[in-house]
Design a binder for this molecule. Structure first.
Ligand SMILES: *[C@@H]1O[C@H](CO)[C@@H](O)[C@H](O)[C@H]1NC(C)=O
Ligand SMILES: *[C@@H]1O[C@H](CO)[C@@H](O)[C@H](O)[C@H]1NC(C)=O
Ligand SMILES: *[C@@H]1O[C@H](CO)[C@@H](O)[C@H](O)[C@H]1NC(C)=O
Ligand SMILES: *[C@@H]1O[C@H](CO)[C@@H](O)[C@H](O)[C@H]1NC(C)=O
Ligand SMILES: *[C@@H]1O[C@H](CO)[C@@H](O)[C@H](O)[C@H]1NC(C)=O
Ligand SMILES: *[C@@H]1O[C@H](CO)[C@@H](O)[C@H](O)[C@H]1NC(C)=O
Ligand SMILES: *[C@@H]1O[C@H](CO)[C@@H](O)[C@H](O)[C@H]1NC(C)=O
Length: 495
């Protein structure tokens, strides 16, 4: 099967924060991403979203922002409000099925890279991230991360002593992310921020290995009836990653900006210089929108016969703490924790091509971590639980949560008026608002019937709520109807 997803997206994320409300608080570090993996369709469309969320005990919804008040009182949660910085801060991390490294790809080093570049120009005025020039030939680009940093591999010594080297590729990658973050850090009060994070994940899982724990527990043998893609030994490999370091782009007579990208493949025998052929392929390209000053990220992802399930995200990760899916301290661009429902995300999306019915596209994917008793995560993978809330906007995605399949629904839905509607109230429960709900594998008091989430794809147990465009979510700025935000969908939602 040959599936393909291409998504170009522009992210202009500003998180707005209002005074604390009675709503519960998500204490942990949150990560967010736009996501694209196999199959979909492609659109030409601009979408503006405001999101407000509540997500605990698997139910969601909320009355949300009074926008007039919000507009006046927001504080940006991200380090680069409105993505207006002319400088580049983009890291890349590649994950195996359970968000680790396992084995590095030959000659590729540890799969953590960063492109952090500052532009220096003699300017007459600073216009929206691009610059009006006195004399463009005097512009310079200063790279903070060198090739020798990006190619660091498990066992290598770090150039500065604060970082410990490990032979274990999983442990080394953690240190490398922190090291690259130090090189990239933008020291602005109240605290430094580092980079946007591109995250790539290979969905192959070899059940003959013990690379992945089961609900956070190390097991000596994987015994499960679940099926995962894997072509044979080595299917969980890391990708070949190539890097176009950010360079000056001169547009017209007087505008100059930076642009760069990462691209590559999981097919280790591929020679991309001869074209992509039938190999898997990913690319992320960044450039400035010269009329708004915002960064445009263009993503493209193609699966292949050996790699039928791939994932590509653009993440706004917290600058410290356990981002969703991590069990160690990560780095990112979010300096404040968004607390439901008092935040707002703004972005513009242009889907230019989809990959069919087996492709999901998340807008947004909110990831976080807390224990089943509500305590913050502390890195204990046996009791921590990664929580994800994912809006799937591919209109080809159907609802698995149905009156005759309540096992795939959350125990209850909270309506717009704050009323709890149990999933067995078949005349009232909004089944079509949900694709799937699954409970954490380490929960003790599960409400029957239940479906446990896949126990292998995260370093700890996970809980998932996958939602679909629906009237119930529209009040939060999400698309209201299937097709909104997709090819030919209606633009200008939210705001
Ligand atoms: C979306 O992207 C396509 C392909 O790059 C482009 O032709 C189109 O103008 C874009 N649409 C908007 C509204 O930016
Ligand atoms: C621009 O700068 C270059 C190098 O510094 C110099 O050779 C050139 O004469 C300058 N051009 C103008 C128009 O000032
Ligand atoms: C796992 O082991 C079984 C039994 O030896 C074998 O049939 C199967 O092909 C192996 N799977 C992979 C992915 O190597
Ligand atoms: C990288 O650079 C090559 C050569 O200029 C270009 O063809 C390719 O599109 C670029 N890819 C990305 C993702 O930047
Ligand atoms: C890709 O696969 C198709 C179907 O197997 C084949 O016809 C085609 O020649 C292949 N293309 C390349 C470039 O290998
Ligand atoms: C730049 O932003 C403007 C205004 O939002 C938009 O119309 C245009 O399509 C954007 N350009 C690109 C290349 O996306
Ligand atoms: C519906 O579910 C609720 C909560 O689990 C339960 O209390 C109630 O008895 C159920 N009603 C029916 C008719 O099964």
């Amino acid at each position: 099967m040959y599936l393909r997803t291409c998504c170009a997206l522009t992210l202009d994320a500003i998180l707005h924060r209002l005074p604390p409300s009675k709503a519960q608080t998500i204490k942990e570090e949150d990560g967010m991403g736009c996501f694209c993996f196999l199959g979909s369709t492609l659109a030409v469309l601009v979408l503006i979203l405001n999101l407000g969320f509540t997500l605990t005990n698997g139910s969601s919804s909320f009355s949300f922002l009074s926008t007039a008040a919000a507009a006046k009182r927001y504080v940006s949660a991200i380090g680069d409000p409105g993505m207006k910085s002319p400088n580049v801060r983009v890291a890349l991390e590649a994950w195996n099925f359970c968000n680790e490294v396992g084995f590095e790809a030959p000659g590729m080093g540890s799969p953590r890279l960063a492109d952090c570049a500052d532009i220096y120009c003699p300017v007459t005025s600073d216009s929206l991230g691009a610059r009006l020039l006195d004399n463009r030939s005097r512009c310079e680009v200063h790279h903070k991360v060198k090739n020798s940093d990006n190619s660091l591999s498990a066992g290598d010594k770090f150039p500065i002593i604060d970082f410990e080297s490990y032979e274990d590729p999983d442990l080394f990658a953690v240190q490398k992310e922190l090291y690259l973050a130090t090189l990239c850090a933008v020291d602005e009060p109240p605290k430094p921020w580092q980079f946007w994070m591109v995250m790539l994940k290979n969905g192959n899982f070899d059940k003959n290995t013990t690379l992945c724990p089961e609900n956070g527990k190390r097991v000596s043998k994987i015994i499960t009836g679940r099926n995962f893609p894997c072509f044979g030994k080595g299917c969980m490999n890391q990708p070949l990653v190539y890097h176009n370091y950010s360079q000056l782009v001169i547009s017209g007579e007087e505008m100059v900006s930076l642009s760069g990208g990462y691209f590559g493949t999981y097919d280790l025998d591929a020679d991309l210089s001869k074209g992509v052929g039938n190999n898997s392929f990913f690319s992320v390209f960044w450039q400035k929108n010269l009329s708004t000053g915002s960064w445009i990220f263009s993503h493209k992802l193609t699966t292949s016969a050996k790699y039928p399930w791939l994932m590509l995200y653009l993440r706004s990760d917290a600058t410290e703490g356990f981002n969703g899916g991590y069990h160690y301290n990560g780095r990112g661009i979010m300096r404040k924790l968004p607390e439901s429902p008092n935040f707002k995300v703004k972005l513009t999306l242009n889907i230019t091509r989809g990959g069919g019915g087996n492709s999901q596209f998340y807008l947004l994917d909110i990831g976080s971590c807390w224990k089943n008793n509500g305590d913050p995560c502390d890195g204990d993978v046996l009791t921590d639980v990664t929580r994800y809330s994912e809006m799937i906007i591919n209109p080809a995605t159907s609802s698995w949560c149905r009156p005759d399949n309540q096992v795939s629904c959350p125990p209850y839905h909270v309506s717009l008026t704050g009323e709890k509607i149990y999933r067995n109230e078949t005349s009232r429960f909004p089944y079509s608002a949900y694709h799937l709900y699954c409970s954490p594998g380490n929960a003790i008091y599960l409400q029957k019937p239940y479906d446990i989430c896949d126990p292998y794809s995260n370093p700890q147990s996970q809980e998932l709520v996958q939602i679909l465009p629906h009237h119930e979510w529209a009040v939060h700025g999400y698309p209201e109807k299937q097709g909104d935000g997709w090819i030919g969908g209606s633009p200008g939602l939210g705001s």
